[in-house]
Write a protein that binds this ligand. Sequence first.
Ligand code: ATP
Ligand code: MG
Length: 392
Amino acid sequence: MQQPRDVLVRFHEIALKGRNQGRFVGQLVDNLRRATVGLGVKRVWSERMLVRMRLDPAADWEPVRERVATVFGGVKFSLAHRVARDYDAIAETVGGLADGRDFDTFRISARRADKRFELTSDELNIRLGDLVRERCSARVDLRHADLDIHVDILPKDAFVYAEEYAGAGGLPVGTGGRVTVLMSGGIDSPVAAWRMMRRGCRVDLVHFHSFPLVEGRSREKARELAEKLNAYQYDTRLLMVPFADLQQQLILSVPGPLRVVAYRRFMVRIAETLARRDGAKALVTGESLGQVSSQTLQNIVTVDEVASMPLLRPLIGMDKQEIIRQAEEIGTFETSILPDEDCCTLFVPRSPSTAVRPEDIARAEAGLDVDGLVQAAADAAEVVEYHAPEAA
Ligand code: ATP
Ligand code: MG
């Protein structure tokens, strides 16, 4: 029979939330529960300044580790042996843990969340240190230890563990309100979505496609990306908006060099209509300043003009290489680089204008029934829902 194990998840920024802390921790507990459905986690609850997850003795740690590492709000976590609050029991577990490993230097890091325990942290460090030193002929090195053995004393149990894993950081999804992300099939906007989730937002995704004017690849990519992003927020709505009719109307009055900005202005108006309908409070794009011609400061200003909600751009100050690295880390990169034909390249010349002024575009839009076109596109949006994770 394996020794009982709990996962201990620590948070940091949440701890600073004062009177709201309970709500943030409660959401973290819910999300950890949700993220590990079907993996043998019997119970998840908060205790003192950490979240505990009780693992079934038969549960496989690796899949649990992978999922916990994606839950926003967790800063560090460990798989800990749960032992009685008794020095001898703790010493035996520490000895057993050291026996199974190869190391020259080590340290003991004892911490008492419950100060009533019979020994102080220092006394625990010294006594357990002596024990390991004699048993394994290893040296203590407080700064660069090969092995760091943690001992946590809680009110009812004690915990012993060596490995600490990095959590996803940020704030739990569900604590920051709802936003609507304009998601193309490209590299950037899925990263923007992830970064908003990491600040606690629940994210709805809106994808514009020019099917049937072009093949349907971008829609497949959007579905695949939505599914991948859903692993971080557990419930996701993807809205697919047909854009081809509107584009065919636009090209009649908008000169080639202005079209990308014109498309973007309509995307923002339509996304805002959908956001308002669904209770989202801001729009989000994957733009970074100067990356391509549509993302110059002047063109951003001309697009922003049509938004009445805040238009957030979490990648605005990032370099392409940084964004690519992040896309690889969160698992969206491979899908993003599949070939497709984005609707923004349709009917657009090779070198679009980098400085479209609001008055230029207003003139081009003057003959259009802007509200009618926006409403028609919003009404035609098709909803796809994702719920995750399913039992493994
Ligand atoms: P991405 O990698 O997100 O496609 P990008 O650097 O290729 O970004 P653009 O193609 O100019 O830049 O798009 C800028 C932003 O406009 C995107 O990040 C996205 O938020 C939005 N956008 C562009 N095309 C679409 C689309 N087809 N559907 C939804 N949003 C889009
Ligand atoms: Mg793109």
